[in-house]
Design a protein around this ligand. Sequence first.
Ligand code: ADP
Length: 405
Amino acid sequence: MNILVINAGSSSLKYQVFDMTTESVLARGKVERIGMETAMLTHEPTGRPELREVSEILDHTSAIRRVLRILIDPKEGVLRSIEEVHAAGHRVVHGGEAFSGSVKVDDKVKEEIKRLFDLAPLHNPGALTGILAVEANLPDIPQVVVFDTAFHQTMPPVAFRYPIPNVFYRKHGVRRYGFHGTSHQYVSDRAAELIGKPLEQMKMITCHIGNGGSVTAILDGKSFDTSMGMTPLEGLMMGTRSGDIDPAIVPFAMDKEDLSLNEVNSMLNKHSGLFAVSGGMGDMREIIEAAGEGDRNAKLAFDMYEYRLRKYIGAYAAAMNGIDTLVFTAGVGENSAYLRKAVCDKLTFLGIQLDDSANEARSRDDRRISSPDSRVEVWVIPTNEELMIARDTFREASKALTPQA
Ligand code: ADP
């Protein structure tokens, strides 16, 4: 079975095609600037050179049509015909309380995703547009949606409720949902498999730290708590997001700087975090380099980022009454030995001992970076959200194809 995995935003769309007999990627790519005359398609068939093409692509339906055309192109393509796309899987950011796992798309599912626009106004509309665009081009294939929030639906109320009047939860669904669930689930499953122990018997903390970042406490094989909240703004300090701040800063800033709701939202989401503290750098590589050259703002940005991450790891070790496995993933987690060392060297009280040469080894593979006598195993596991989406799509679409007894 070949599966088209789609991650659609408001003006962009990323795709990968998987052959599920070998779980291999046949091609990947993206369409950017959808809605403009200068939309750009980047297509990369595995093992062959990348192709870029600028053309007018005015909506998501045309974008999918363009992607399908290149997928079956005799020269650049990887499939013989459109019929070789057997199912599509979509990443959807917010599944609210309605979805605790991946599901096949039907009218009810589409309605529910639409109902959740209020909770994820920046993300869910793009995803729904992607689903409708595949439907318009390939009306007969099963589509499956995979939610960033689903893995975290196991959190107990003590972790997911906010201490504010109940009406906000009852009437408006204000609670912690958590995000990056597909990634936390993938790396925790993989870590358990590599260590050779059932996840249900482990106390694991997974750190997904890229431009956005979140930490998850996994107890009894389930997400028990996670640092992102009702939206992806809560928790860790991120590239351009503030993470945790005193909520009273919001009305204070609005009053003192005469900011509108939109402006304060944009201040906290797009102009805060590493970017704000460093004075304009949102990229961790740049910050580490500048800090090394003596830039004080960059050093403070790095130190705050590391300190806040370490506090979350400590908090979740307390939440679970212990920890036996710590996992790093995503852009910063996978690539920055410097950040991992800064965090781990101050967590020796938890029983964490880093193996410095394993930590610094350049590798793209899953690897243990703790020393053999470390009480806590520390791992770097490159995340693979697309593969997770393809696997879930394969499972749900196969159910749809095989009539249940
Ligand atoms: P996104 O959240 O957009 O998916 P990624 O997971 O790709 O982001 O992570 C991007 C972040 O990873 C950037 O801040 C980038 O600087 C950082 N990063 C990538 N490589 C390194 C590295 N070698 N050292 C430090 N940071 C890195």
